[in-house]
Design a protein around this ligand. Structure first.
Ligand code: OAD
Length: 232
């Protein structure tokens, strides 16, 4: 049996846009009407925890109502042919619901909550809202299991190891404005093929084997799927 080629995908909010979930930098820098720092930073949470909880409760409900689109599905279909990892900056679970089995959520997950006191106390919370007064087993307020600005990105080392061993690397629907995630592209070996799918091409340094598809994720992934499975 021959070894499968290693394919790593880095995805961002743009892959979920066709599922009806808003991107972050789309609407004049506002995320669903809020300054990102107001709702995605520890300072924002300290200042107005109720607003932040309400915001993520709404995001959780919107993600539950949304369905995976062709971009998520085509990416998941590639698992039949490749040794594959999806590194996503998205907090929705649309990759999993499309069938991807190895997903690293760099910025956390809406369907989990954790203790504000001990980050290792993480709980599944796929449906119910989080309210002020909802406590972990040690009596501390629960918060969304989301990596906010200024916080550590615990899965970054794992993601970096995958990027460094990629033979094919896909960048789908991310503006590459947020580090350390954006730096993953620079770790990809020089001989790898790199594809970028985004109607507004993000800043990726020119390199041999770079293919830019200035398309929405669904259309772009249909093309890439056809190309990467031809003859397989
Ligand atoms: P952004 O909102 O910064 O970028 C979304 C990208 O998707 C842009 O480059 C758009 O051009 C592109 N896009 C829009 N519609 C698309 C479509 N139909 N198909 C493909 N691409 C499309 O989102 P991210 O790069 O994901 O972090 O943002 C990174 C991080 O910043 C997020 O994870 C979040 C945010 O603040 C946290 O919440 C911690």
């Amino acid at each position: 049996m021959h070894r499968k080629t290693k394919l790593v995908a880095l995805t961002g909010a743009g892959i979920s846009a066709e599922s009806g979930l808003g991107t972050f930098r789309g609407a004049g820098g506002l995320w669903e009407g809020h300054d990102v720092m107001e709702v995605a930073s520890p300072e924002g949470f300290r200042r107005d925890p109720e607003l932040v909880l309400r915001f993520y409760n709404e995001r959780r409900r919107a993600a539950r109502r949304a369905q995976p689109n062709a971009g998520h599905r085509r990416l998941a279909d590639l698992e039949a042919f490749y040794d594959m990892v999806v590194i996503t900056q998205n907090v929705d679970d649309l990759h999993e619901r499309a069938g991807s089995t190895h997903v690293i959520h760099l910025h956390g997950e809406l369907i989990k909550v954790r203790s504000t006191h001990d980050p290792s106390l993480v709980y599944d919370r796929s449906e119910a809202d989080i309210h002020l007064g909802d406590l972990c087993e040690r009596g501390h307020q629960l918060r969304p299991h989301i990596v906010w600005f200024g916080e550590m990105v615990p899965l970054m080392d794992q993601a970096a190891r995958h990027a460094m061993t990629a033979e094919v690397f896909l960048v789908i629907g991310t503006s590459l404005q947020v580090y350390p995630a954006a730096g993953l592209v620079d770790l990809v070996p020089a001989e790898a093929s790199v594809y970028v799918v985004d109607p507004e091409t993000p800043p990726v340094a020119p390199r041999p084997g770079l293919r830019i598809l200035a398309e929405p994720a669904g259309e772009g992934m249909n093309q890439i799927y056809a190309e990467l499975t031809a003859g397989k």
